[in-house]
Design a protein. Structure first.
Length: 331
């Protein structure tokens, strides 16, 4: 490894997932420092100043630790492409497709990769608030399709379980849609009128698992078991609130193999690379349903990808090295 190359860890940003990105980025910076590599943390909240800061620090390669819009959606990847700076993770197109859950689910359906039934709903906000009357009328028009079905409501282009919530009855759908839309508005965005795309997704009853993939190779499958409720933001980032089982305890070897094959197929379809994670539910018949692909998984102390890497014998520092070694640009 060339120890003369200047590394930028891009972290922070302006999305609702800023706090998690700061933690992921800090973990990477510490790893590169332990490895004796020249590293500079750059907070992309600087926005328009970022190109100048990359030039100022003579950055040779970027490791991206951003989560959510303006970092995980192909935007910063596009900037790095223009500047000729190699970067970790998936390219512009794969990042954009995976960040938009509705677009990726359309592609899963076209390739016959199982994904739960869904519908995308536009919710308009003005000064951070939702007008409930038109939203209620919209929900009434959906009643025939979704009545009697348990749903999850989530922002179409957000991660870290931001805004996600279960809906057991159609009568609670309008309120859930409004709450999900408001949760997806980044700090400072409350003052403008905007439309947030919200995903309705039919609940699949089964075992929640995640497959992290590193340089095309699957890491051990992890079974996710919250101590109460579902795998929301609180359970995801609070130590002790979720049990992570490696190896899984609820699936047979055949079901594990099927889930791994499905996850690999989903990642290959969207041309993901580097380190990424495929979230799935395995139902009672052993079918693995793809929920989404996360192209820049969290790297905090409770995050899933480092746990999977550790189970495969890959330390965090070795994982950081792999991210750096795999940095490239779209061909």
């Amino acid at each position: 490894m060339d120890k003369n190359k200047k590394i930028a860890v891009l972290l922070g940003g302006s999305s609702t997932e800023r706090a998690i990105s700061l933690r992921s980025g800090a973990a990477l910076v510490a790893a590169y420092q332990r490895l004796g590599l020249p590293v500079v943390p750059l907070d992309t909240q600087a926005g328009r100043e970022l190109p100048a800061r990359l030039l100022e620090h003579a950055i040779d390669v970027a490791v991206i630790a951003l989560h959510g819009p303006w970092g995980e959606d192909g935007t910063v990847q596009g900037l790095l492409e223009i500047m000729g700076i190699p970067y970790s993770g998936s390219g512009v197109t794969a990042s954009a497709l995976c960040m938009n859950k509705a677009l990726s689910k359309r592609l899963f359906q076209s390739a016959r990769i199982p994904t739960p039934a869904w519908q995308e709903i536009p919710v308009t906000l003005s000064r951070g608030q939702v007008s409930m009357e038109p939203l209620t009328r919209m929900v009434e028009a959906l009643a025939d399709r979704w009545a009697g079905k348990e749903l999850f409501v989530k922002p179409s282009s957000a991660g870290s379980s931001v805004g996600i919530q279960p809906v057991a009855q159609i009568s609670g759908l309008a309120t859930a849609l409004a709450a999900a839309a408001m949760a997806a508005v980044p700090p400072g965005g409350e003052a403008v009128e905007s439309t947030v795309e919200i995903l309705l997704e039919q609940t699949i009853v089964g075992t929640e698992v995640t497959l992290s993939i590193l340089d095309g190779e699957p890491l051990p499958l992890i079974e996710i078991c919250p101590t109460e409720g579902f795998y929301d933001y609180l359970n995801k980032y609070t130590p002790g609130r979720t049990r992570y089982l490696v190896p899984t305890e609820s699936l047979s070897p055949q079901e594990i193999q099927k889930a791994v094959e499905t996850g690999l197929a989903a990642g290959a379809l969207l041309n993901c690379r580097g380190l990424y994670r495929v979230d799935m539910i395995v139902d009672r018949e052993g079918c693995a349903w793809v929920l989404e692909i996360n192209t820049i998984p969290g790297l905090t102390e409770t995050s899933l990808a480092p746990k999977a890497a550790a189970a495969a014998g890959v330390s965090f520092d070795a994982l950081a090295e792999r991210l750096l070694a795999g940095a490239t640009r779209d061909p």
